[in-house]
Design a protein around this ligand. Structure first.
Ligand code: NI
Length: 177
């Protein structure tokens, strides 16, 4: 168990395309996934991609539990997803505010597909196939972008909608992706 340093925007490793996970099973990914979980929990993140801790593999984790500060916020089941593929369902795009552990303290308004189907495998190689909307879909798209070297500020269409979290949303606690 270890909290690993999260790379910050400007580090060229965040801009690389990650390699597919090739080995599954009980021991292959266990330590990496535990480190990712520990790091995400320590930083109160909604998700984390392996490249953010300097591991160039197509592996993401995400999940948002019940938060008493946001009783109405959408929950997302905790998921470990390797080799994901995302396809939009329909053509609806919606904008929402995002943050990122690699862009600490900032928020930006990012357009995402409202509904997506995502497929991949869990750490044992068992297939995952879900169709999701809203915040769940946003988190998945954000995390999987990291696997292709894309950070959310690269998707902001109006850079006036990008700024410091404590200025944009005074009084709200941090929750990065
Ligand atoms: Ni991120």
């Amino acid at each position: 168990m270890a909290v690993r340093p999260v790379l910050r925007m400007g580090d060229p490793r965040l801009l690389q395309v990650a390699e597919p996970v090739g080995h599954f099973g009980p021991d292959a990914l266990g330590e990496l996934i535990q480190d990712m979980r520990d790091t995400m929990a320590e930083l109160s993140g909604a998700g984390l991609a392996a490249p953010q801790i300097g591991v160039g593999l197509r592996l993401v984790i995400f999940g948002v539990g019940h938060n008493p500060r946001y009783p109405d916020a959408e929950q997302v089941p905790f998921t470990v997803l390797a080799n994901p593929e995302i396809t939009p369902v329909g053509e609806e795009v919606e904008e929402g505010w995002e943050g990122c552990l690699s862009v600490p303290g900032m928020r930006g308004l990012v357009p995402r597909w409202r509904t997506v189907r995502y497929r991949g495998v869990d750490p044992q190689g068992v297939p995952i196939d879900r169709t999701v909307s809203g915040f769940h879909a946003r988190v998945v798209q954000h995390e999987c972008d990291h696997l292709d070297g894309i950070l959310y500020p690269m998707r902001i269409e109006d850079l006036r909608m990008f700024g410091f979290q404590d200025v944009l949303f005074p009084g709200e606690p941090d929750a990065d992706e």
